[in-house]
Every structure is written in C-alpha cells, then in structure tokens.
Design a protein around this ligand. Structure first.
Ligand SMILES: [Zn+2]
Ligand SMILES: [Zn+2]
Length: 116
C-alpha cells in the first residue's frame, strides 16, 4: 500500500469520526451526551459537553461553570446529575428536538418513550 493511499484513508477516517460526533442541528445536550457516551464513553472531562456547546449554546462561557456547580466533573455526571429523569430504555432514543436554541433543557421524550 502506498503512503498516498494510507494518507487518504486516514483523512477519510478522521472525517468520518468528525461527522459521527457532530451534534445534530436540533439535538439537545442530553441526547447528544447520551449518544456519545454510549458510543465512545466518557473521557473523564467535558469533551462532549464542550463539543455540543460549541455548536449550540447561545451563552457558551457559563455552561461548564454551571455544570460544575451542579456537581459534575465529566460528561457522564452531567447525565446523572442534570438529566436524571431519562426514560428507562435499553438504547438511546432519537432526540425529540431541542426546545429552544442554545438551551440546555432536554427535549421531551415522553411521547417517544411511550410508543417505543
Ligand atoms: Zn464521566
Ligand atoms: Zn433530546
């Protein structure tokens, strides 16, 4: 395999990883964190929260501070401490849509959970 081809494949994989971890345009923070942690795990920091914030948050500066104030030191603790009322499902549900742009309020999954 030539170096050129390897380089192409590497670039393609990097591009794919970027698209797989891209927050959806109307995906709320809870569903995004859940999806990412289910797929890729938590790295002990706010890797996914930062990614979501950079795409969605209207007031990006205060987000991590607010999460820390609620006792979170990493992405999975955000799910436990900030969004404890996720319906008991085996797999992450599709996001029902962010209620308000830039808001960290989760979408309303009650209808989806009932029909699933
Ligand atoms: Zn964690
Ligand atoms: Zn959602």
């Amino acid at each position: 395999m030539s170096d050129g081809l390897c380089g192409d494949i590497e670039a393609e994989i990097a591009d794919l990883a970027l698209r797989l971890t891209e927050p959806g345009g109307t995906e709320c923070m809870r569903c995004y964190l859940l999806r990412m942690i289910a797929e890729f795990g938590c790295d002990g920091g706010f890797r996914w929260a930062v990614r979501w914030r950079d795409v969605h948050a209207a007031r990006p500066k205060g987000l991590l501070r607010r999460l820390a104030e609620r006792g979170c030191c990493c992405d999975c603790e955000v799910l436990l401490n900030v969004y404890p009322d996720y319906p008991p499902v085996a797999r992450p549900l599709p996001c029902a849509g962010i209620p308000q742009r830039g808001s960290v309020r989760p979408c309303d999954l009650r209808n989806l959970a009932r029909s699933a």
